[in-house]
Ligand binder design. Structure first.
Ligand code: ATP
Ligand code: MG
Length: 225
């Protein structure tokens, strides 16, 4: 299939002071694809994800998502794009401790201007999709690590984003919990047709992806089809 890529990155470079985190990255991610990004610590994986997602602006090079320039947008437009088109899951500390699980999940909808009652209903449904229908009134400290990551995934997917950006989403979990959370996440994204950029150190996690790329020293190394 020659469908155009959903995400197209060309010539991405990004330095932090003297550190060249990205040294010329070209990458295409197809619509609906789950792409694993692997590579050593410090190789530039998170920097790449942040550039693709419009969190960081590259020093040079371009990022397009669905034919629209991300790298060329100003701060406010990138922030709106992240809220409406992208979902994010990280390794740690992403749930707001003072909110219940359901309120954490509904937050992106409230920020989008969805009325509170509708956001609550949608949050309940999103939690149920991850097997957490009974956890909505719990606070993050009352959840296991795996449950907390499921809540974070429910929150990331509640806006039905075009792209889910996940940076070591199961990196803080033991291997059984990691596998359960990962397969739950992948079931949902495959059902919704969501495109996923998934950073992982774990080859078993990468094995669930459609394709993997290796980042080394700020460049894409070997590409495994
Ligand atoms: N905000 C920043 N300020 C200064 N240096 C940074 C910043 N972010 C990243 N770097 C540096 O850029 C390089 C790439 O970092 P990056 O976080 O992208 O690596 P990574 O592949 O995600 O590593 P890890 O697997 O440890 O998460 C590293 O040398 C890092 O120290
Ligand atoms: Mg990283």
């Amino acid at each position: 299939m020659n469908e155009p890529a959903l995400i197209t990155a060309r010539g991405l470079r990004k330095s932090f002071g003297p550190t060249e985190a990205l040294r010329g990255v070209d990458l295409d991610v197809r619509r609906g694809e789950v792409l694993a990004v692997m590579g050593p610590s410090g190789s530039g994986k998170s920097t790449l994800l942040h550039c693709l997602a419009g969190v960081l602006v590259p020093d040079s090079g371009t990022v397009e998502v669905a034919g629209r320039s991300v790298s060329g947008l100003g701060e406010a437009a990138r922030s709106r794009l992240r809220l409406t088109e992208f979902g994010f899951v990280f390794q740690f500390g992403q749930l707001l401790p003072e909110l219940t699980a359901a309120d954490n999940v509904g937050l992106p909808l409230l920020l989008n201007g969805t009325p509170r009652a509708r956001a609550r209903t949608a949050a309940g449904a999103a939690l149920a999709r991850l097997g957490l229908q009974d956890a909505g009134e719990k606070h993050p400290t009352e959840l296991s690590g795996g449950q907390a990551q499921r809540v974070a995934i429910a929150r990331a997917l509640i806006t039905r984003p075009k792209v889910l950006f996940a940076d070591e989403p199961t990196g803080s979990l033991d291997s059984l919990a990691a596998e359960n959370v990962l397969t739950a996440m992948l079931d949902l994204v495959r059902e919704d047709g969501t495109t996923v950029v998934l950073i992982t150190h774990d080859p078993r996690t990468a094995a669930y992806a459609d394709r993997e790329v290796i980042v080394r020293d700020g460049r894409i190394g070997a590409v495994v089809a």
